[in-house]
Design a protein around this ligand. Structure first.
Ligand SMILES: [Zn+2]
Ligand SMILES: [Zn+2]
Length: 98
């Protein structure tokens, strides 16, 4: 199965696309402060239908934690987005798919 990157012309399997997203589109995962900076969330939005996913980064970690794990958090966020793209926007595979 190949999936098209929603932000450019790249398409490929899920694993290559996942790596591509993290490599080329890291800014699509937003990190935001809430509650006066005591709470961090990360958010990613589907560019096709505007569905948004937002998760709280576990409380109790300082800013250093977020910096250190930002890349891994992105991978998790892109995982959610890929699941969404495949589930919601992937055309049936092949012309003879039933
Ligand atoms: Zn791309
Ligand atoms: Zn969508």
């Amino acid at each position: 199965m190949t999936v098209r990157c929603p932000w450019c012309d790249f398409d490929g399997g899920l694993r290559p696309l996942h790596a591509h997203l993290a490599d080329r589109h890291p800014d699509q995962v937003r990190f935001e402060q809430r509650a006066g900076g005591t709470r961090q969330v990360y958010a990613v939005a589907c560019p096709v239908c505007d569905a948004g996913y937002e998760q709280t980064i576990k409380p109790g970690h300082d800013a250093g934690f977020v910096d250190e794990y930002r890349r891994e958090i992105r991978l998790v966020a892109f995982d959610m987005l890929l699941n969404h793209l495949v589930g919601e926007h992937q055309p049936p595979a092949g012309p003879t798919a039933s």
